[in-house]
Design a protein around this ligand. Structure first.
Ligand code: SF4
Length: 342
């Protein structure tokens, strides 16, 4: 495959043949003939190329709940695409076979933005998700496909680590509706040691996504001994309340040993339940547990009267007590963005 065909957006040319990419917070300065930390943005003769433009490694039709997104087009399917590479190097990555793959590993095949939108429509999906590996580093391709998708009435979803710059996010704003962001921990130390990145840019991007009017849901993988202290979780939850708003759904997921992190046990369910209760106390209207199949705290309850509104079993979604966007019992307004009728 020829990699240097699609010129990148969001970069500047520097002296001596260097380029500086400003799509993610690493802001790599890349010398001629080399690539950025993500492995997929290449400097060829002083021009930056988006090597994975129009190239996918994975394609699936997923329930949107799998992202997980519970308050954006619930009960619908999302046409989901992944490529290769990542700007993080998390030791516990669950998709390492593509996030750590290189351009030369033979995983990629072509799919144009037009074909992607046609496949999404043809499979009855209501949105397109760029997921499986980090979409930020794919910037130009989701941007082009997403613009077409919106013209055709489809929703658009980033499943992201949030390490995107404010200018790249603004570049996506006209097409991107939902920002499903990992808040992996609430310490710079965790981000530095476990992800080889920084926390603050993730917080800044999440706040910016909210300012730009995107739908946001957060996911925190709770890892025993690394980010599971109540003090840290309280700090994280309070930050979300103050900066993203109490109606932001927060998912607290169970860790299972993976990739290079095999040295610890799965998260006790009791720990997740405790975090859930604390999130409620601090004002989060819709906390959820994740990776605990069949647990009742994957359901949506009315924050005012406690009525069951949406029941979830696996990826099956049943609407129980919702009347439009209100609780059928007490009339409380529920922040949930449903598919338009008709
Ligand atoms: S997307 Fe991030 S990691 Fe990749 S080249 Fe640009 S700044 Fe570097």
């Amino acid at each position: 495959m020829e990699w240097a065909t699609h010129e990148a957006r969001q970069y500047e040319k520097l002296e001596g043949g260097f380029v500086k990419c400003s799509v993610c917070a690493h802001r790599c300065r890349i010398k001629e003939g080399s690539h950025g930390i993500c492995g997929v943005r290449l400097n060829r003769k002083g021009t930056l190329y988006a090597a994975t433009y129009g190239k996918i490694s994975a394609e699936a039709v997923d329930p949107i709940e799998k992202k997980p997104l519970f308050h954006y087009l619930p009960g619908t399917l999302s046409y989901s695409l992944g490529s290769v590479g990542c700007n993080f190097q998390c030791e516990h990555c669950q998709n390492w076979h593509i996030s750590r793959a290189t351009l030369e590993d033979g995983l990629l095949r072509s799919l144009s933005p037009e074909e992607g939108v046609a496949r999404a429509k043809g499979t009855g999906c209501k949105s397109i998700s760029w997921t499986y590996n980090e979409p930020t580093i794919w910037h130009e391709y989701p941007r082009d496909m997403g613009s077409l998708a919106r013209e055709k009435g489809l929703g658009t979803v980033y499943v992201t680590n949030g390490y995107i710059t404010e200018e790249a996010l603004a570049d996506l704003a006209p097409m991107l509706e939902a920002f499903r962001v990992d808040l992996k921990a609430f310490t710079e130390e965790f981000y530095r040691k476990v992800c080889r990145a920084k926390l603050q840019p993730v917080l800044d991007a999440s706040r910016k996504a909210r300012e730009l009017g995107m739908h946001i849901e957060t996911v925190t993988l709770v890892i025993p001994g690394l980010n599971d202290s109540m003090k840290e979780m309280e700090g994280l939850i309070q930050w979300v309340v103050d900066n993203l708003g109490p109606a932001t759904p927060m998912h607290f997921s169970r860790f299972h040993p993976d990739y290079r992190m095999q040295d610890r046990e799965a998260t006790p369910v009791a720990t997740l339940e405790k975090i859930y209760r604390r999130a409620k106390e601090l004002g989060i209207r819709f906390p959820y547990l994740g990776n605990v199949p069949g647990h009742p705290l994957e359901n949506t309850y009315c924050p005012k009267c406690g009525a069951l509104l949406v029941e979830r079993t696996g990826y099956q979604t049943r609407f129980r007590g919702l009347k439009g966007d209100r609780c059928g019992e007490c009339g409380e307004k529920i922040e949930i963005r449903q598919q338009e009728k008709g």
